[in-house]
Ligand binder design. Structure first.
Ligand SMILES: [Zn+2]
Length: 424
């Protein structure tokens, strides 16, 4: 087990200081990195694993909410529940209401969840709690390191499924009736979707017509003029029942009694649809969740993995004036300039390669890791690197420069490792 090598820069500062609001100014952000479409995965996209932990709040006498010790079969049920959730994310169902032109072969979000621990707390008050902050405080008091995985608090409160934020989920499934396990898995998959920045595809109005009010909590924005409008869910053809004289798309219907496969009803099997069946994730929804793992605070729960050697391609001149967590290597192609003014956190052993004639400018920016060490910047012939008030930290070999590259350095900090130049 390797210890952390000072990557707290990438992990905590990067994560906590980052927000997608206010919006960075760069064209690269406006057109690619800040946009859902810029993060839609394909078959080569790196798998992102999110660490989660379950926290069960029992009564003082250890009853009233799952008990693996007394009934080991309950652990098996929870493993099955997690399998169902991961299947929903990596082998998504086909859409019940397909939209022409939208890919039906992209059925893997390349996001999975891994349980890092099941924890039990004996506290009769919290056993019936609906308060995420109170649950979180109890976990923190017991062992704060348990909060390094995305927390799912399970209590025995009544009459609802639960609530969520980008920091935790609270769910009420202490009853633990096996008959409902599959529904519970679908509920958790839905709540995790919220944690990953997804909104509802319904707004609570049963006719679905856009009224801009948002009758139910947190619907996706549905104005086609908005840059992150989920066109692969809301676009035409309009359903028959959608009486949209205002020309706006219609929200879908929700309600557990609505059959997603009934063509006369415009409820769907979308993960965020709130109807029977929620196991379809659209390509843009996948992109939205992956954007959250690159840019939002929930990225701090990513499990450390080696950087994917499938390169993130920089084919056009770009300025990165935002903080981003990478899961794959970066390739700056020939004749292209990448300028970094924000903070880039690389995955373990990740590297940035500058092709022949590519340019990297780090101007007031920083590159570090978010887990263990990253490998560094590789310059090939005729590439150039300009560092001005830059920091390149926690790299095995921060700069690997072959002959005839141009290297200009001013006000640079490199912590941990040396600079190596291979000169003939
Ligand atoms: Zn919801």
């Amino acid at each position: 087990m390797q210890t952390k090598l000072g990557c707290s820069n990438g992990r905590s500062e990067g994560a906590s200081s980052l927000s997608i609001y206010p919006t960075p100014n760069s064209v690269a952000y406006q057109n690619r990195y800040g946009r859902v479409k810029g993060h839609v995965p394909d078959e080569n996209s790196p798998l992102i694993i999110i660490k989660i932990a379950f926290h069960f709040f029992q009564k003082n006498d250890s009853t009233g909410n799952w008990n693996f010790e007394k009934t080991p079969d309950q652990k098996k049920r929870m493993v099955q529940i997690m399998d169902w959730i991961n299947t929903t994310y990596t082998n998504c169902a086909l859409p019940s209401d397909p939209i022409p032109g939208v890919s039906t072969t992209l059925n893997n979000s390349k996001i999975k969840f891994e349980v890092s621990g099941y924890y039990f707390y004996q506290n009769s008050e919290l056993n019936i709690s609906r308060s995420r902050p109170l649950c979180e405080a109890a976990v923190k008091k017991a062992d704060a390191t348990r909060l390094e995985s995305f927390p799912i608090f399970v209590t025995a409160a009544k009459n609802a499924w639960g609530s969520y934020s980008s920091e935790s989920i609270l769910t009420f499934y202490a009853d633990a009736n096996p008959v409902s396990d599959f529904n519970f898995s679908q509920h958790l998959a839905h709540e995790l979707g919220h944690g990953l920045d997804l909104g509802h595809t319904y707004d609570g109005s049963q006719n679905g017509v856009y009224d801009g009010k948002g009758d139910a909590c947190c619907p996706e924005p549905i104005d086609p003029k908005l840059p992150d409008y989920l066109s692969d869910i809301f676009d035409q053809p309009w359903p028959n029942w959608c009486n949209n004289t205002n020309g706006q798309p219609c929200y879908h219907q929700n309600g557990g009694s609505c059959d997603a496969y009934d063509k006369n009803k415009y409820c769907t099997n979308n993960l965020m649809g709130g109807a029977n069946w929620n196991n379809y994730i659209s390509p843009m929804q996948m992109g939205k969740m992956r954007r959250a793992m690159a840019l939002n605070t929930i990225r701090k729960y990513a499990k450390e993995e080696s950087s994917s050697t499938t390169n993130w391609m920089v084919n056009e001149n770009e300025t990165w004036d935002f903080d981003i967590q990478m899961y794959q290597d970066i390739l700056v192609t020939s004749g292209t300039t990448l300028t970094i003014t924000g903070k880039v956190a690389m995955a373990n052993q990740g590297k940035i390669t500058l092709e022949n004639g590519a340019h990297l400018i780090i101007n007031g920016g920083a590159i570090t890791c978010w887990g263990n060490l990253w490998n560094g910047i590789v310059l090939t012939t005729k590439s150039s690197l300009l560092l001005d008030n830059a920091s390149i930290d926690n790299a095995e070999l921060p700069i690997d420069a072959m002959k005839r590259t141009s290297l200009k350095i001013k006000g640079v900090s490199m912590i941990n490792k040396k600079v190596q130049e291979n000169k003939e």
